[in-house]
Design a protein around this ligand. Structure first.
Ligand SMILES: *Cc1c(COP(=O)(O)O)cnc(C)c1O
Length: 404
């Protein structure tokens, strides 16, 4: 007779939900083998199949396959976060004595990670203005392994020419990596114009509901095999629960992106020329200096834009604090609209000179547009602009006047 302790452990084990319409969430760390010989064969890769969820997991694989299909890639490898994906790419292809050439206005933490953590091991990191092809060409040499861009860039909404940069990188034997977080595969397919790797911070628009962190890289099979070895060994694997959230997120991405994008463009046009608003940066403007390239390379504009409020930090902060519907959060691509002050948050780790070289001034505000009604968003911005332009409150001015 089996003992209750054994029953508690062994009875009614989880089986595949064979007829389930939704994907089962395979919350398992390990997989069972039918024999020691099968374990050995699967471990060595001689026989296909799961071994351990640090390497592969069925729910994670479903997400990887769906994302690869959307990007037109052979395969994809998922990670616990966007930064984990970026670190894995760096681990796979950079070594002491090699260098990475990256866009100057890359996501702040990407630049910091490359310089601080990979720089320590003798990797050279060279930063180049995204739109200056001559500077890219001059910065690459025979030791360049990776060329890294984000297009469109944020917060400043500049665009890199993927096709031309791929040609320059390939002439040196380097791989072109494109961070496609802002547009998703529905807005741009970098692999189709020559990029080697496309990556996403998948907790942004792909999840789209602010529920999880995730990252993913897609590309050719032989490159994905390298990354699979990195995740297998270094372990920043995506959880099956989060993979399931991303699968559900992908199912509504088209509708969400279309709605957020259309509101973002309407708000950008409305902000332009409004009293108290300085430059408005938006790839959706027909007079964007790179309009022809934008038309050729991408569909739509994503849901992020940036603009200057007044010309000081105080004015930008007063505007941010006066918003009531829009949340203050350093995130993008949620159903909820969010605002942030790049100079003191996302780009706060850079020196004032670096920020100035990038064009990020103290008046700049970044807005990620969500799915609230457009009229309500416009009203919130209008109200906050008006309130941020009132003279300073009496008390503050009296203190200033009394000062010796
Ligand atoms: C957020 C973000 C990242 C980093 O991703 P995490 O998931 O936050 O680690 C990388 N690139 C871009 C463009 C991002 O917006």
């Amino acid at each position: 007779m089996t003992h209750p302790t054994t029953t508690a452990v062994r009875t009614a084990q989880y089986q595949d939900l064979s007829d389930a319409h939704g994907e089962p969430i395979a919350m398992t760390s390990a997989y069972v083998f039918r024999s020691a010989a099968e374990a050995a064969a699967r471990f060595s890769g001689e026989k296909p199949g799961n071994v351990y969820s640090r390497f592969t997991n069925p729910t994670v694989q479903a997400f990887e396959q769906r994302l690869a299909a959307l990007e037109g890639a052979d395969e994809a490898v998922a990670f616990a976060s966007g930064m984990a994906a970026i670190a894995a790419v760096a681990h796979a292809w950079l070594a002491s004595g090699t260098n990475v050439v990256c866009a100057r206005d890359l996501f702040g933490t990407t630049t910091h990670a490359l310089r601080h953590y990979f720089g320590r091991f003798g990797v050279g990191v060279r930063a180049v203005p995204l739109t200056d092809l001559g500077a890219w060409d001059a910065a690459m040499d025979a030791d360049t392994r990776l060329v890294f861009i984000e297009t469109p860039s944020h917060p400043l909404q500049q665009v890199g020419d993927i096709q031309r940069l791929a040609q320059l990188a390939h002439a040196r034997g380097a791989l072109l990596v494109v961070d496609n977080t802002l547009l998703t595969p529905l807005g741009q397919r970098p692999l189709s114009v020559g990029a080697d790797l496309v990556l996403h911070s998948a907790g942004k628009l792909i999840d789209g509901q602010g529920r999880c962190l995730a990252g993913v890289v897609a590309g050719r099979s032989e490159l994905m095999a390298e990354l699979r070895r990195v995740v297998r060994c270094l372990g920043a694997s995506l959880s099956p629960m989060n993979a399931w959230l991303l699968l559900k997120g992908l199912e509504t991405l088209g509708l969400r992106l279309a709605a957020a994008q259309s509101s973002a463009l309407a708000l950008a046009h409305w902000l332009r020329g409004r009293p108290g608003v300085g430059a408005v940066h938006c790839v959706g403007f027909a007079d964007h200096p790179q309009h022809a390239l934008i038309q050729r390379q991408q569909r739509g504009m994503g849901a992020v834009l940036s603009f200057e409020v007044g010309d000081t930090r105080e004015q930008a902060w007063a505007f941010i604090d006066a918003l009531s519907l829009v949340s203050i959060a350093t995130h993008i691509g949620d159903t909820r609209s969010m605002v942030t002050h790049p100079a003191t948050t996302t780009h706060g780790r850079l020196s004032a000179q670096e920020r100035q070289a990038m064009g990020i001034n103290e008046a700049l505000v970044r807005l990620s547009v969500g799915l609230e009604d457009l009229d309500d968003l416009r009203d919130d911005l209008a109200c906050a602009l008006q309130r941020s332009q009132r003279p300073l409150p009496q008390r503050t001015r009296a203190v200033a006047a009394d000062a010796p």
